[in-house]
Write a protein that binds this ligand. Structure first.
Ligand code: IMP
Ligand code: MG
Length: 175
């Protein structure tokens, strides 16, 4: 099947919203250092662009997780594929994710990170599909709420492709 991508959120709109989020985070974390955890691989574009707009000190770490389950449904049992390099004790931690869908992965991950005793723990996501939520997740910063469509670009993939698109697109299958 052939694939086609139509623009959902333009590069300009994505960048404008990320700048706004960066400014809001800079105000909220005044006097602190934000320890940003990027969830690989999807969050890397959002994480780097967001960090550029944060004016308080920033440190980075990365984590890679996969959820057990079939291809279409995540089970919520998170397997750590790559763990963090540093402990979280006493840090002001901001987890950065590309998209929250069912919420299973993130709710499990946030519980796991809470157990590592950060001073504070917040969550930022570029995209949210609230209609798809199965497990409740407390999201502190949201870029855009979107309908239940399959999106690619700006870090999001279909079979590992399209991550490098500078905009958010909807993936269509054509014959
Ligand atoms: P969930 O919230 O546990 O269901 O899983 C969220 C994960 O599913 C995200 O981190 C993405 O990797 C993937 N995902 C969900 N919706 C999309 C989409 O529209 N495009 C690309 N990946 C998606
Ligand atoms: Mg992901």
């Amino acid at each position: 099947m052939a694939e086609e991508v139509s623009v959902l959120i333009s590069e300009e709109d994505v960048q404008k919203r990320i700048r706004e989020l960066g400014e809001q985070i800079s105000r909220d974390y005044e006097g602190k250092t934000v320890h940003i955890i990027g969830v690989l691989k999807g969050a890397c574009y959002f994480m780097c662009d967001l960090a550029r707009h944060i004016t308080v000190p920033v440190t980075f770490d990365f984590m890679s997780v996969s959820s057990y389950g079939d291809d279409t449904k995540s089970s919520g049992i998170v397997k750590i594929v790559k763990d963090l390099d540093e402990p979280l004790t006493g840090k002001d931690v901001l987890v950065v994710e590309d998209i929250i869908d069912s919420g299973r992965t993130l709710s499990h991950l946030m519980e796991l990170l809470k157990g590592r005793k950060p001073a504070t723990l917040k969550l930022a996501t570029l995209l949210d599909k609230p209609d798809r939520r199965v497990t409740e997740v407390n999201v502190d910063y949201t870029g855009f709420e979107i309908e239940d469509v399959f999106v690619v670009g700006f870090g999001l993939d279909y079979a590992q492709r399209y991550r490098n698109l500078p905009y958010i697109g909807v993936l269509h299958f054509t014959d």
